[in-house]
Design a protein around this ligand. Structure first.
Ligand code: SF4
Length: 409
């Protein structure tokens, strides 16, 4: 069973792979949704393909816009480029784009994007006849429906979302953002106006606003919870589904790494017929998230998919930085062996604070109290500054790809 993680940048891609992803999905600078994610330029795409293949992993590239006439001429050279680069599949949704992929690179696997809203086995059968090798199912498809599709159209691979934000419209087919903000969701530019606060105005009374509220905190008709199928993994691993996808190309490196290791560890445990460590699930509450729901998976939470507290994220932990180097140990004056752990800083922390360092194996996470911080010139400092490198001299060697965080109190 494949765990597929988002790679909004080359750096996030490396963390996804190091924290357990079997495959990553990313966009080039052209034709992929999530236009605001950093996305990969041509050099980075080449580097990314090499990086994942050297580690026996896969990379899928999105080309899932709904193309307009003026886009068409630029698509064949891009597909040809991706094919020659050796990407493992292209993710597409527009029938025109799919036909270009088939004409330009007949052997390049095509994964049908969730944007195509495949919701029945008959649609799956149709797409199989069109040469698609994998269907990324709409989040609105239940587990029972998915299993029926696998049974009726077994020649296809099936990919489902297991974690991440959900769109209140059918898999992103929504005009709200294009209409209100001139930023189209179907071109990767959604500004999430479904989560804004609205008032009602009567036509002949401009300027007079009437509150629309379900309760004293506001109205939440369009405010979806986040998806988490963590509690359903035991059923999922024996279902015949090929790939489990984590949403979040716009999310932080910390989100990508931590979510990936949680799902990867749990999948491995269930495949070995063991139960995961209960602490593992707690990690999903230590990343930025809204309330979780299993949404359309089965009947259990179908009426519990909206959040009524807030449209914002819950953040209990702050991402502080990542370990970029661990220099050889040296002996301090008191003969204690110390390691220079070099950390790239994302947010401030200070001497005396309790921090945690997570690593790909959650059993090896460590907690420590910051005793001394050295800047890049070797001077002792009391607080860190974002976008600098600092050194923590510790008797522990922190793991390469370790991520520092602290609890928000
Ligand atoms: S505005 Fe909301 S519902 Fe529409 S595409 Fe964006 S996230 Fe989805």
């Amino acid at each position: 069973m494949e765990l597929l993680a988002p790679a909004g940048s080359f750096e996030k891609l490396r963390y996804a792979i190091e924290y357990g992803a079997d495959a990553v999905y990313a966009a080039g600078k052209q034709f992929g949704l999530r236009a605001k994610a950093t996305n990969l330029d041509e050099d980075e795409l080449a580097k990314a393909v090499k990086y994942v293949h050297e580690r026996g992993k896969k990379i899928f590239i999105t080309a899932n816009i709904f193309a307009n006439n003026q886009d068409i001429d630029e698509i064949p050279p891009y597909i040809d480029y991706l094919s020659k680069l050796g990407v493992d599949a292209v993710i597409a949704s527009d029938p025109g784009v799919i036909s270009i992929i088939k004409e330009t690179a007949p052997t390049l696997p095509i994964h049908l994007s969730t944007q195509a809203n495949t919701t029945s086995w008959k649609s799956a059968e149709f797409w199989a006849k069109q040469g698609v090798s994998r269907i990324i199912l709409a989040r609105e498809v239940s587990f029972a429906e998915t299993k029926e599709m696998i049974k009726r159209v077994p020649e296809l691979e099936y990919e489902i979302f297991v974690h991440g934000a959900m769109c209140i419209s059918y898999s992103g087919r929504c005009l709200l953002s294009a209409f209100l903000n001139n930023r189209s969701a179907n071109r990767g530019l959604c500004t999430h106006p479904c989560r804004w606060e609205y008032t009602l105005t009567e036509k002949s009374r401009p300027g007079e606003e009437f509150a629309i509220s379900e309760d004293e905190r506001g109205t939440y008709i369009l405010n979806s919870k986040d998806l988490s199928l963590y509690d359903k993994l035991e059923e999922i691993v024996s279902s015949g589904i090929t790939s489990l996808k984590i949403e979040g190309r716009m999310k932080s490196l910390y989100y990508v790494a931590n979510t990936t290791r949680v799902y990867k560890t749990a999948i491995q445990e269930y495949l070995q017929k063991r139960k995961p460590d209960p602490q593992l699930k707690e990690e999903l509450y230590k990343i930025s998230h809204r309330e979780y729901t299993t949404a359309f998976f089965d009947d259990s939470e179908l009426n519990n998919t909206q959040t009524y507290e807030t449209s914002g994220y819950k953040r209990n932990y702050q991402f502080l930085g990542e370990v970029v180097d661990v220099e050889s140990a040296h002996t301090a004056s008191n003969t204690q062996l110390l390691f220079d752990n070099v950390v790239n800083i994302r947010a401030k922390f200070s001497v005396g604070e309790e921090i945690e360092v997570i690593s790909p194996d959650h059993q090896q996470d460590v907690k420590l109290k910051v005793q001394a911080i050295y800047d890049e010139d070797g001077n002792l400092i009391t607080d860190t500054k974002p976008n600098t490198n600092i050194t923590l001299k510790l008797d522990t060697k922190l793991p390469r790809y370790g991520i520092l965080r602290k609890q928000i109190k």
